[in-house]
Design a protein. Structure first.
Length: 97
């Protein structure tokens, strides 16, 4: 018991130092993250709420509501998607060439 009481100031000071340095570290992290970038569409990318950035590859083509499946023909010329959203269910055919 006496030994624990003698070490109490050491534990307290160690805890205080750890808390102090961790708060400095977290303030530096928040300065590095640009808080002006809110989730949504930006010039060259879309920012997700978790901080990930999505950049489109190639050309985007509107194909319909809620595309749930896609197949590519054997000759790799067309992509066919099934659209199963709230509107009219349909198939979209996209020419890949």
């Amino acid at each position: 018991m006496k030994r624990t009481l003698k070490l109490f100031p050491v534990y307290f000071i160690s805890f205080f130092i750890i808390i102090t340095f961790s708060s400095f570290n977290s303030s530096n992290i928040s300065k590095k993250n640009n808080l002006s970038e809110l989730p949504g569409k930006h010039k060259n990318f879309t920012l997700l709420p978790n901080g990930w950035r999505l950049t489109p590859e190639g050309k985007q083509i509107p194909i319909g509501e809620l595309p749930l499946n896609m197949v590519i023909t054997n000759n790799e010329r067309y992509a066919i998607t099934s659209n199963s959203g709230m509107g009219i269910n349909s198939l979209s055919v996209v020419d890949l060439k």
